[in-house]
Design a protein around this ligand. Structure first.
Ligand code: BDP
Length: 750
């Protein structure tokens, strides 16, 4: 991003002079006009050098490569004065370019590109096949697979060197990014012995991007895919997107929304997708497409999309052939079927397995996969929504083709600030299950709320399904070790858009980052990753890293507290999901209302999912089910998810439930106040541009956290009919005020 960054660094300064001059209204009288113009000019000349030096607008993400202070004296420079790295393939060339960009940025001087080790401090990068010096080292690389790598401090002909070796070009690229990360985070690099290989095979982003560039649940501007100008114009952003993903090991991307348009599969759009695939290929990223199940009818002229109909099967096989002619390494299809109004096999009396297998057969000859989503539920099914995916899919275990994966959201409802792990994890030993996380913060305050999702992802991955005894964690389901899955993977619903900072806020970049790192290794620690990201993104200064990581680690819990404490869920505004809406009821379907989920009455609150209620608990392995069935044994964070309890129920703190609820709401707001305080204390330690935006967003967050608290308390108090605990401020407005607020233009609406 360096080259782009430099170009941009100069342009806005010039532009701003022009715009600023034009912006002074003509009608202003002479002297005032002249004074204003002089002021603008003076402002621009003062700011110009700063802009020219660093446009800290977030575009560079975590790949900023800013100089290491004292790179010489700290010894970093001595380790990479020379670079031996090939450029015979596009991946090798991209790896070498990244190392040159990164090392010259970090070390303040460009390493000499050499053909062999003829000096001290050589960095040797490649594979035994592509690099003679690496072949000569006879390193053990077999167990690293195609994407793994090793980084080791070695001696070649007595000279100290560092080697980054892999079996394949892409492994070497991942190793190069790892090496740069070591420098970026100021890790020691003089005695390296690192072996790394990804723990999952498919590490994928799901873009919910429409062809008109609207991003469903997107809060970072419009889609980065400029479909209209593709395939001819390739925005340099596509390359930077690929670099950023490769730097964290993401190797697959689904370009379009799961609520898919059949148009995506027409020749015109296949050509556009192929152009993107060409950009991504050197970075090890494969393109997938969301496929609309009824495409054979909509764009194929058939009368049916019945998966058992020979003409339909042939249509998909032909379509797959056509796609593979344009994109030889096409990954396959992602499918949302018979969910939220999408077409699917059940429209023809067939099962999800019938649908998935038909498409799997179409891509199989080309080595493609079908990723079938388990996010299915219907308001016509008279059962708890939380139970429906399990009921639908568990009977199909073992009935899918071997190139089908079933993609399961982390929880059984829908990406809430907190959900217990989905009961499907552990329940389908014969079907590879992929994890689906949501990186974009549809239910966590959009882009302006600072919520680091590492702890959310980690909490789910570490949850113990207990299906094969203690320690049968969700992470072990996902990495395939528990059930010996032949295919493994993780998907994250992207938070990427065309906003200059990619994710809509500087801190939301951390959610893209942590997702990628956990997809690579679901056993990593969210805190360690936050540290890494902070060092790469803001500063290596301990006085900066520590407070930022502290803020981040508690930030998601704060959102849980001020939105949906104690296991409450799905209480946000209708459709757009912005702001509180616990009063939402009526409308087309009960399972799209809030009252369906919180079930507050004068007697109490919460959804009874015990054996006496909807019995959702019985979808978990017996020991887990027993714990969730008993309010006293249920972790309090899930209390109202599984239990309907009276308002005076004694919680773990000793407070009655109502008091505890109010306490949590206030605690959440208080945490945001604390983050503002911490952030203000970092003024001057972080560039002014990013500091100011984060400060403003935190102010928005505090205002909205209070709004959530006040509206929720005002609403639930009509049921609890209890006074506020002592010291708790009453809501600022009456309930009717909160209920009257409308947001027809909230972003991201479906
Ligand atoms: C929900 C979103 C909706 C998506 C759906 C899905 O509100 O926009 O289409 O998930 O995952 O969270 O299919």
């Amino acid at each position: 991003m360096r080259a782009l960054h430099m170009v941009r660094a100069y342009r806005p300064a010039g532009d701003s002079v022009r715009q600023a001059k034009g912006a002074i209204p003509r009608r202003l009288a002479g002297p005032f006009r002249r004074a204003a113009a002089a002021m603008v000019l003076c402002l621009c000349t003062t700011l110009l050098p700063a802009f020219a030096a660093h446009a800290e607008d977030g575009y560079d993400l975590w790949l900023r490569y800013r100089p290491i202070a004292g790179a010489e004296s700290t010894g970093y420079r001595a380790h990479a004065t020379r670079l031996v790295a090939g450029d015979a393939t596009p991946t090798q060339a991209a790896t070498r370019a990244e190392l040159l960009r990164g090392l010259s940025g970090l070390l303040g001087t460009e390493p000499v590109v050499a053909a062999g080790v003829d000096g001290d401090g050589t960095l040797i990068v490649g594979t035994p096949a592509s690099s003679k010096p690496i072949a000569a080292l006879k390193l053990k690389t077999k167990d690293l697979g195609r994407e793994g790598y090793l980084i080791r401090s070695v001696r070649v002909d007595g000279r100290p060197a560092t080697v980054i070796a892999a079996n394949d070009d892409i492994g070497a690229m991942y190793g190069a990014f790892h090496y740069l990360r070591l420098l970026q985070t100021r890790a020691p690099v003089d005695a390296l012995d690192i072996r790394e290989a990804p723990r999952t095979q498919l590490r994928m982003l799901n873009h919910w991007d429409n062809l008109n560039r609207h991003v469903e649940r997107g809060y970072a501007g419009e889609s980065i895919w400029d479909w209209h100008k593709l395939p001819d114009y390739l925005d340099p952003r596509y390359t930077d997107y690929a670099r950023a993903n490769a730097s964290i090991g993401i190797n697959a991307t689904v370009l379009n929304n799961v609520n898919a348009s059949a148009q995506q599969l027409t020749p015109m759009y296949i050509a556009k997708a192929a152009a993107l695939a060409n950009v991504f290929r050197p970075y090890g990223i494969r393109v997938f497409l969301s496929a609309r199940f009824s495409a054979p009818v909509e764009i194929g002229g058939l009368k049916t999309a019945d998966p058992l109909d020979p003409a339909v099967r042939k249509w998909w096989a032909d379509k797959a052939d056509e796609i593979y002619r344009a994109i030889p390494d096409f990954g396959g299809f992602l499918v949302k079927a018979n969910s939220e109004g999408q077409p699917g096999p059940q429209d023809y009396g067939r099962t999800h397995a019938d649908g998935a297998n038909m498409m799997a057969d179409a891509v199989k000859p080309h080595g493609g996969k079908v990723i079938w989503r388990a996010f299915v539920y219907s308001h016509e099914t008279p059962d708890d929504r939380a139970k429906q995916a399990y009921n639908e899919f568990v009977p199909l275990d073992g009935k899918f083709r071997d190139n089908v994966m079933v993609q399961v959201k982390n929880g059984a409802i829908d990406f809430q600030p907190r959900e217990p792990f989905h009961p499907l994890f552990g329940a389908m030993p014969k079907t590879p299950l992929m994890m689906e996380f949501q990186i974009t913060k549809e239910y966590l305050g959009f882009a302006t709320h600072l919520a680091y999702l590492g702890p959310l992802f980690e909490e789910t991955l570490e949850a113990d399904t207990q299906v094969r005894g203690l320690g049968s964690t969700v992470a072990k389901v996902v990495d395939g070790s528990l059930h010996k899955y032949a295919l493994t993977g993780m998907a994250g619903v992207a938070n990427i858009g065309s906003d200059r900072n990619w994710s809509g806020s500087h801190f939301d970049q951390a959610n893209w980052y942590v997702y990628g790192r956990l997809a690579w290794n679901p056993h990593l620690s969210a805190r360690d990753i936050a540290q890494e990201w902070t060092r790469m993104t803001f500063s290596n200064d301990a006085d900066v890293v520590q407070p930022i990581v502290g803020m981040m680690m508690g930030s998601r819990e704060a959102v849980v507290d001020y939105m949906t404490p104690l296991g409450l869920h799905h209480l946000m505004g209708r459709s757009h999901h912005y702001g509180p809406g616990p009063w939402v009821e009526g409308g087309p379907r009960a399972d799209w209302t809030s009252v369906y989920y919180h079930r507050a009455t004068k007697d109490g609150i919460g959804f009874d999912r015990t054996t006496h209620g909807s019995d959702a608990v019985s979808q978990y392995a017996p020991p887990v089910a027993r714990a969730f069935d008993d309010a006293a044994k249920t972790p309090e964070q899930f209390l109202l998810w599984f239990h309907h309890v009276p308002w005076d129920y004694t919680t773990k703190s000793g407070r009655p439930l109502w008091d505890e609820l109010v306490h949590r709401y206030s605690q959440g707001v208080g945490y945001v106040g604390g983050m503002r305080h911490t952030w203000n204390g970092l003024r001057g330690r972080i560039d002014a541009e990013r500091h100011a935006q984060v400060a403003t967003f935190l102010a928005i967050q505090e205002k909205e956290a209070k709004w959530w608290r006040d509206a929720s308390i005002a609403y639930f108090q009509t049921f609890s009919q209890r006074p506020l605990p002592e010291g708790e401020a009453p809501p600022e407005h009456p309930l009717e005020y909160y209920e009257s607020l409308e947001f027809p233009f909230a972003p991201g609406n479906g």
